[in-house]
Design a protein. Sequence first.
Length: 254
Amino acid sequence: MRGLRGKRVLVSGGSSGIGAAAVQRFLEEGCRVFVGGVDADGVQDTVSALRHLGDVRGLPGDISEEGGASDLVSAAVQAFGGLDVLANNAGIAWRESFLEITASHWDHMLAVNLRGMFLVAQAVARVLVEQGTGGAIVNMASTNGLAGEPDYAHYNASKAGVLLLTKTMAVELGRHGIRVNALCPGYIRTALNEQIAASISPDFIESYARAHIPLLRTGLPDQVAAAYAFLASEDAAFVSGSELVVDGGQLAVM
């Protein structure tokens, strides 16, 4: 992608799945990458595994807490002398019917997926505004923010909130040269999704793809990582306030 080499990138939720794939892709593009994640071992493993690709560092912490979010951003700025790109990727998901969701489960889902995303985005945006050189923020939403899926009311609501947060950020930050967009992946074959699928049926992933996805296959983390790279790059220089759907055509089905 054009314009990524040398950029300073923070990837929250970068220790596994799509986040780890994004870390690798940005390193391959010649970026310097700072990895956040709630699991200390996971952050260290990702940094160690990808260090051969370039300058990658990390810090564990809980971005749903103000201190965790601010510490992550401060550490990234201190490590690289500033930031240019945020891949705001941290998130959680689990399957639970609407009638069974407890208030504490609802609060936890939104605390990580929406509150945490806001906290990290705001902290990074303040850095970018102070630097005065623009930048790019890409928030992780989901096709679940565009259409409802049974048994995921709390997750769906959190991702719908991310989409409107993204658009509002784009409106307010555009004057500072900061582009803000959202990614909306469909069914991506991550360890988390495989764990959820295994609790439903042994062949759930294959049957789901045949029934719901026109391309007849689920997506892979590196395919979403490529979308992260595009939205952060100069190839997307006039793209802001948008959501990029990466779902194999699933939302196109009537």
